[in-house]
Structure formats: C-alpha cells, structure tokens
Design a protein around this ligand. Structure first.
Ligand SMILES: Cc1ncc(COP(=O)(O)O)c(C=O)c1O
Length: 397
C-alpha cells in the first residue's frame, strides 16, 4: 500500500506506528484520539535541513515551523528542545504559546493578516520577534509603533501553487487575495517604510499549500517572480519562501523530492550573494506524523450504499470536507474480506463524510479505525460544532 513506510506499516497483519501496535493503543485510549510520532516529526525536519544543506544553503537557512498546523504543546516543546527550528506564528496568542514552550522572541517569525489595535498592542510586548508586514496598513502601524528599525514585507507573487492544482489551497494567482503586497503597490510600500525610517531586510511570500514534485515548475515560477521585488531591496538579508510543502494523500500523489525542491530554490537564488533562506512549513513537519483513532459506531445499508459510522466528524479534522484533502481510513488489522463502504462521522451535516467508496474490512472484525495524515490542520482547526468537539492528543516518544 502506497502509504506504508518504515514507521507506519503492518507487522503480522497488525498496524504499527512509531513502534506501537495501534490496535492495542486504541483499546486503551479514549476515542477520538490523535496520536503523534515525535520521531517522525524530528525526522521530517532533519530531512528538510539535509536537503537545504546539500544544495547551497548550509548554515544559510532557518526553518520556522508553522504552528497553525498543530499547536499541541508537547509537540512545540519537542521542536524547541530539538533546536532544529524556530516557529512561524500568525496571531498574538500563538506568540504567547510559543513563548510558553520556550521559544525566544528572535526565533519567532510573525506573518499575520488583518491585525487589530489590540493585536498590535499585544505584539509590541515582544519587540524582538521577526515581523513581516502583509499590507500598507501594517507597515504604517509598525512604523508608528517604532519597535525596531527593520521589517520584512510579505509580497504577493500573483501565482499560486497547490496539490493537484486545487484552487481552494492557493493563496495567490486565481483572484485578488488579501495576502501580501502586489507589484502595483510595492513602490508605495517601500516609500511608506522609508518615511518611517524602516529598513526592509526580509521578503516573504506563501503562495499555497500541499505542493509535491509535480508542482515544482510552479514553485520555480513563483521564485522567479519574486526576483522583481528582490532587486529593489538594497538592504535585503532574508528571503522567506513560506510553507506549502506537501505529503502524499492518495496513491497517485508522488512524494516531494526534496533534492529537486532544494535545487529549484538554488537555481533561482544561486546568484544572489549574502542572502539567507527561511522556510515555514507546517504540513510537511507534522501531517504524516499523526493518526486519528476512531471507534466504529454502526454499519448498515441505505439504499444500495453501505455506511460505516465513526464517533467523530469533520469538525475535528476539517481538511477533507473543506479542502478536498482525503484522509485515508486504514484498518488496524488486515483481513482479506472487504466490502465497499462510505465512512461517515457523527455530525448533522451532509458534508460529514470521511471517505466514499473504499474497500474496507467488515465491521464484525474490528472496533476501531485510523485516519492517516491527521497530524496537521486537524486538532488545530477543530470546532465544537454539535458539541462534539472533544478529543484527546498523545505524543509518542
Ligand atoms: C504565511 C504562512 N506560512 C506558512 C504556512 C504553512 O503552510 P503549510 O502547512 O502548507 O506548510 C501557512 C499556512 O497557511 C501560511 O499562511
């Protein structure tokens, strides 16, 4: 099966994850439960760093983990302790959480949208965090606050990127978006920064989510589009190319080739001297390091379709329903007898469907299932819709 790997596979027909028998875990833990592999998280980070080190960015890069993907405190603490990354944050409360987990202000990069007066007040209590301004309005506000003399500017390259060209995951390119400053306003942005004696030392962009090897050509186009902005910044020290690196969600997805990814960046920026690279991945670090364990509730036919119900719905892992990102359900032990079913949740909404038309073992044979790729944008995006927002989280070390 395409999703199996060294630390997630069947051994003697039992699903094993990070050295644990998942069926045994499911019978001991309450459900719904997210289980995360600390080893996989660190491994994902090390793999990324390795590729950057091999292709021109040795000691010339910083990874900021995008904590919007998963802010479970034990994960943040693990990342802090690993010393491999800082954090990318997008709200004052995320700054507070990052600080509580031990990150220094200098290791926190802030790129948020639509900041209120209260947001600016709260952020100004952390004067050393790295700030990227995403609008003329925020340059003006930071200029007035005069917390420092250096800022970053989030630009909008007007080209998007996403897994399988999914427009819902693009932040740029389809239609005017709220993210970043477009070419047309860039000179105005620079004039505004200069009127407040702010040096623009960073450029930032994040054009979309979930890209894999197939989308590297688009990444190259985006990086190339950024050169127009970069050439106008004499004080530039950092280029932050955002996150967006994806993991496979279906058999037809091809793993992101990290060497090809890092080479793409090197090819476009190789000629620039004394510039450091920043990236802020979320999905790539935590998504494939998480499983969601669910209890099976019912199984019955409605017309000609067999439905299997589970004890949680899209509200605790919204990506499949909101973004058409499939979270594949997998059995906790393998059997040869399978039926074609639809797996559905416990929320009174028509879109509460986990997976349609999947060949799955019969219900008499199992009490729980696991959804893979549940480590990112699940617990962090969960809501209490229908008052069914409870779940537990565990970090396996
Ligand atoms: C500004 C910014 N940086 C980084 C990320 C992380 O993206 P991903 O989890 O796709 O790597 C996001 C996601 O929304 C973002 O908006």
């Amino acid at each position: 099966m395409w999703w199996q790997r060294e630390d997630l596979n069947y051994q003697n027909h039992r699903l094993c994850f990070s050295g644990r028998n998942v069926e045994a875990l499911a019978s001991q833990l309450p459900t719904p439960s997210f289980i995360y592999s600390g080893k996989r998280i660190v491994n994902n980070l090390e793999r990324l760093k390795g590729a950057l080190n091999r292709h021109g960015f040795k000691n010339q890069h910083t990874i900021y983990y995008a904590m919007k993907a998963n802010r479970f405190m034990p994960i943040l603490t693990l990342l802090k302790t690993s010393g491999l990354c800082g954090v990318d944050v997008c709200s004052p409360s995320e700054v507070d959480m990052a600080r509580a987990c031990g990150f220094e202000c200098e290791d926190i990069s802030y790129t948020g949208v639509s900041l209120s007066k209260t947001d600016f007040d709260r952020l100004s209590k952390h004067p050393n965090i790295v700030i990227n301004c995403d609008s003329l309005y925020s340059i003006e506000q930071w200029g007035r606050l005069k917390l420092g003399t250096e800022i970053g500017i989030r630009i909008n390259p007007d080209i998007g990127i996403s897994r399988t060209h999914n427009n819902k995951l693009k932040y740029s390119g389809n239609m005017p978006s709220k993210f970043g400053i477009y070419r047309e306003q860039f000179h105005q942005a620079l004039a505004l920064a200069s009127s407040h004696q702010l040096k623009v030392v960073r450029i930032h962009f994040h054009a979309g989510c979930g890209y894999l090897t197939a989308e590297l050509r688009q990444l190259e186009e985006i990086l190339t589009a950024s050169l127009w902005f970069i050439k106008q910044l004499p004080d530039l020290q950092w280029i932050n190319i955002g996150g967006g690196l994806g993991v496979p969600h279906s058999e037809s997805d091809q793993l992101l080739d990290l060497d090809a990814w890092a080479q793409t960046i090197q090819q476009v920026y190789g000629e620039l001297s004394n510039i450091k690279l920043a990236i802020e991945p979320g999905e790539y670090i935590v998504k494939d390091a998480g499983l969601l364990l669910l209890e099976i509730t019912f199984c019955e036919h409605k017309q000609d379709t067999l439905f299997m119900g589970v004890n949680a719905g899209f509200n605790i892992a919204p990506e499949p329903a909101f973004y058409d990102m499939p979270f594949l359900p997998v059995p906790l032990h393998e059997t040869s007898i399978k039926q074609r079913i639809n797996i559905v949740g416990n929320i009174n909404e028509a879109l509460d469907v986990w997976y349609q038309n999947i060949d799955f073992p019969a219900i008499d044979d199992q009490q729980h299932i696991a959804l893979i790729n549940a480590g990112a944008y699940s617990s962090s995006m969960a809501s209490n819709h229908c008052m069914r927002g409870s779940f537990s989280e565990y970090l396996l070390l």
